[in-house]
Write a protein that binds this ligand. Structure first.
Ligand SMILES: [Fe+2]
Ligand SMILES: [Fe+2]
Length: 139
């Protein structure tokens, strides 16, 4: 399997848009979260937002390394005043993200080690985010 650079760049730019949106979403939710569990939720949202910032950095660098131009677009952002609803929105988002990066990973030959491991890292973090949010919603 040869690496389809144009297709991978296009997909990674779609991922970069999602990472930007996701970071803003978590940080905004952290700012507006109130209630008895606010402290824990705020800490978790901020921690995850930091990971999303790192993912965006990884994608920007890999896109540029493939000769592409990293997008500056920001994907759709969903905010909810209710903390539990916010967590559920993020959980759906993270599950979709896992599927998305799995799809990209399957298009990368294993000997493209830097690119493969970069996407694998982002996928692993996203799976961790799913687990962490699942705990918060109690399933
Ligand atoms: Fe991410
Ligand atoms: Fe995430």
């Amino acid at each position: 399997m040869a690496l389809d650079k144009a297709k991978i760049v296009q997909l990674m730019n779609a991922g970069l848009e999602m990472e930007y949106a996701s970071q803003i979403q978590y940080l905004t939710q952290a700012a507006i979260t109130t209630g008895p569990y606010a402290e824990g939720l705020i800490a978790r949202f901020k921690e995850i937002a930091g990971d999303e910032m790192e993912h965006a950095e990884i994608l920007r660098i890999r896109i540029a390394a493939l000769g592409g131009t990293p997008t500056t677009k920001v994907g759709d952002i969903q905010i909810h005043k209710d903390s539990l609803q916010a967590v559920k929105i993020n959980l759906k988002y993270e599950r979709d993200t896992v599927e998305f990066y799995r799809k990209i990973l399957n298009l990368i030959p294993h000997d493209e080690v830097i690119l493969y491991e970069a996407i694998e890292h982002v996928l692993q973090d996203s799976q961790e985010h799913v687990e962490e949010l699942e705990r918060l919603v109690g399933k």
